[in-house]
Structure formats: structure tokens, C-alpha cells
Write a protein that binds this ligand. Structure first.
Ligand SMILES: *Cc1c(COP(=O)(O)O)cnc(C)c1O
Length: 392
């Protein structure tokens, strides 16, 4: 089919079959666990390829498939699977690729549960992981062995936003038949395309920008048709960490406004960063688009526009708790990428068991901010009153 591929066509038209749904503009929710057939022959056809044909909702469901098609197109991928969480998407990819005796190289300080998957769960299955900073591709190269089967990246990472050179690492992986995966949650499919750099698999926590409304937990995995089919037949169907049709519908609704939300967030974040960089109680901002960013060349090469997740380091680390407690408009909460602005005191919250490990090597006094869709002036005023109230 000769189809246009611009962004609004993908979001408004791709996969929508309105003539089959009595003209309804919004797609129906196929809230069904199973599908029936007129005869055994038709049943046999569906059962032979559960990725393509609705048979049972743990496999294919039309509402979920509509979301998959749009996300694949946004990532420039042949196919895509969606999961009940971003963590499930990453775990499914790893479980599909590695086997007992293999090694994985992973960027240091990945998302907490990516780290736990690789440092706690996979070792029980005989898979060892080396965590490396990976600002320089040679750090990865130095850890590659005969039995390395996977490289797991997160660029930028979601606490201090270090980036990895995706093209160089993809090349290194290809040459040795190692499968590469990049967690692309920070950038969203709109601002960075790891597959175009040669990376094999892209994962997202769709909970963040893709859904954007803080009401669904969802994961995304994109790649070639063959790789996605392998994941589908393996961990996707056996672990069953699927997204429900109703949640898929909510994510479709969130996705419609992704470009508008990303544009607004980029604009507001730039203003907020300008304010924070100039404030005497802020020692440092962490944001790939800040003027002092040490990896500015990579930012220019890999990221098309700014996202709204950033960290600030307070000059006096003792002030983190007071600063956070004084914020009125920023909500104190984990997660990010929604319509609402959030603050997360990194080391303070890391004193809880579930955050251990993620905090290794992080500077003291770090507060992560997720910029939502409020007016920049409202957010800056809130940050100003909370910072100004701190003693020196
Ligand atoms: C939140 C997050 C995840 C995990 O996604 P869930 O949807 O919460 O399971 C993975 N990677 C990054 C960078 C995240 O921020």
C-alpha cells in the first residue's frame, strides 16, 4: 500500500479501520479474552499464527494490535510488542536473547529494575552482567567476551542522563553478533531513534511520555519482525505480562497528543533550566541540553529535541528534604513523563530498600524533576520560593 508516513498520519490514521466500526472515530475496545470462528479451518489458520490473528487475548487483541502498529511506526521498527510494564518489556527481551553461560554488558546506573533483573534474577539462571560507564565505547569493548550475547543501554539514563554513542556501540555489537538493546524512555520515539543508529531492540516505559497521563503502566519493545516474533513466541506468550485491551485503548488516547506534549515540555523545560542554572543554591543541573553538558556532541547527534526530565544538585545536600517539602506545585512522587510536574529526592528515597543499587555513585543532594504541562512561570515561582527559603 502506498501510505504516507508523517507523524499525524501515524497518530490519526494508521491501522484505524473506521468503516468496519460503524464510522466511530475512536476505536472500539475489544474487551474480550477469546475469539470464535465459523469453522475449524478458520480456527486452524488463526492458531497457526497467533501474532497476526486474534485467537486469545494473551496473544493478539485488535485494540492492542492498533497500539503496536502505531508505536512500531513511530520507532521506525518493523514490529512492536506492548507489555504490562516497561520492566516486563526489558525482561522479556533479555530472557529471549540470553542463555545459561552467557554474559551481558550493561550501562552503569540503569533503571533500578533493569539493574535488578541483570544483577539478581539473571545470575540465578547462569547469566553474568558487567556494568560499565560506557561514556566511551572502549569501556564496553573491554568487557566483551566470546560468550557475550547482549549489550543493554539506556541513553540518556534517567537519573544523571549520561549518554552512549549508539552508532559506535551498534557497530561493535553487529560485528560480533551481539544483540543490542536501548531503553529509549527518556527521549520518547519522537526525539531519538536508536534503530536508525543500528541498535537491534528499543524498549520504552510507555508509562512515561508515551501514555503521558499517569494512569497506565505499560511497556514497549520494538525491533525487526523476526526478533519481535521470537520474543512473542517465547517470553511474551509464556510469561503473559500483557497489556489489557482497556489499557491499550487509554495508551492510544494518550499517544494522540504526544507531539504536542513533547513540544510544550521542551519549551517549559528550557525556561526552567535557565532559572535553575542561575540560582545560587543550585550547584549543578543534569540535563543533556544544558549549555555546560559534557556530552553536547552526542546530544546534537542523537537527540532531536529536549525532554522534560532533569536532575539538580543542591549546593547544600542537607537541604534536599526541606526543599522538596516546600514545593507546592510539584508533586512528590516517583515516575515521570506525565502532565503533572514531579519532584523525587534521589538519595532520600533511595534509603528505602527498593532503590538500593540505583544510588551507587550518584552525587549527594540530587533531586530529579519531571516537567509537566503547567505554565513555566508557575513552576519557576514554585522552585524559587522553595530554593529561596533554604538557609545558606
Ligand atoms: C520507569 C522506567 C522503566 C520501567 O518502566 P515501568 O513501566 O515502570 O515498568 C524502565 N526504564 C526507565 C528509564 C524508566 O524510567
Amino acid at each position: 500500500m502506498d501510505e504516507p508516513r508523517d507523524l499525524s498520519w501515524i497518530l490519526n490514521h494508521l491501522g484505524e479501520d473506521r468503516s468496519q466500526q460503524r464510522g466511530a472515530v475512536a476505536p472500539p475496545i475489544y474487551q474480550t479474552s477469546n475469539f470464535c470462528f465459523p469453522n475449524v479451518a478458520a480456527m486452524r489458520v488463526a492458531l497457526a499464527d497467533e501474532l497476526q490473528h486474534p485467537f486469545y487475548t494473551r496473544g493478539n487483541n485488535p485494540t492492542v494490535e492498533l497500539l503496536r502498529r502505531k508505536l512500531a511506526a513511530l520507532e521506525g521498527a518493523e514490529d512492536c510488542l506492548v507489555f504490562g510494564s516497561g520492566s516486563a518489556a526489558i525482561a522479556a527481551a533479555v530472557i529471549q536473547v540470553v542463555k545459561t553461560g552467557d554474559e551481558v554488558v550493561c550501562v552503569s546506573k540503569p533503571y533500578t529494575w533493569t539493574r535488578k533483573l541483570l544483577s539478581l534474577l539473571m545470575p540465578r539462571l547462569g547469566v553474568t552482567t558487567h556494568f560499565v560507564h560506557a561514556r566511551d565505547v572502549r569501556e564496553i569493548k573491554a568487557k566483551l567476551r566470546e560468550n557475550t550475547s547482549m549489550i543493554v543501554l539506556e541513553s540518556p539514563n534517567s537519573l544523571t542522563f549520561e549518554q552512549q554513542d549508539l552508532s559506535a556501540i551498534a557497530q561493535l555489537a553487529r560485528d560480533r553478533q551481539i544483540v543490542s538493546l536501548c531503553d529509549n524512555s527518556f527521549a520518547s520515539p519522537l526525539h531519538q531513534s536508536p534503530l536508525a543508529h543500528g541498535i537491534d531492540l528499543v524498549a520504552h516505559s510507555g508509562t512515561k511520555y508515551i501514555n503521558g497521563h499517569s494512569d497506565v503502566v505499560v511497556g514497549v519493545l520494538c525491533g525487526s519482525a523476526a526478533r519481535i516474533r521470537d520474543v512473542f513466541r517465547g517470553p511474551y506468550m509464556t510469561l503473559g505480562a500483557i497489556l489489557s485491551p482497556h489499557d491499550a485503548w487509554l495508551v492510544l488516547r494518550g499517544l494522540r497528543t504526544l507531539p504536542v506534549r513533547m513540544r510544550q515540555t521542551a519549551e517549559t523545560s528550557t525556561q526552567v533550566i535557565d532559572f535553575l542554572r542561575a540560582h545560587p543554591r543550585v550547584a549543578r543541573v543534569f540535563w543533556p541540553h544544558a549549555p555546560e553538558e559534557p556530552q553536547a556532541a552526542l546530544t546534537a547527534r542523537q537527540l532531536r529535541a529536549p525532554s522534560g526530565l532533569m536532575s539538580i544538585q543542591l549546593r547544600n545536600p542537607q537541604h534536599v528534604e526541606t526543599f522538596c517539602d516546600r514545593l507546592q506545585r510539584f508533586l512528590l512522587a516517583c515516575s515521570w513523563g506525565g502532565y503533572e510536574s514531579l519532584a523525587m529526592p534521589i538519595l532520600e528515597s533511595s534509603k528505602s530498600a527498593s532503590f538500593q543499587g540505583a544510588a551507587d555513585g550518584l552525587p549527594a543532594g540530587l533531586v530529579r524533576l519531571s516537567i509537566g504541562l503547567e505554565d513555566a512561570s508557575v513552576l519557576i515561582e514554585d522552585l524559587r520560593q522553595a530554593l529561596d527559603a533554604l538557609s545558606d
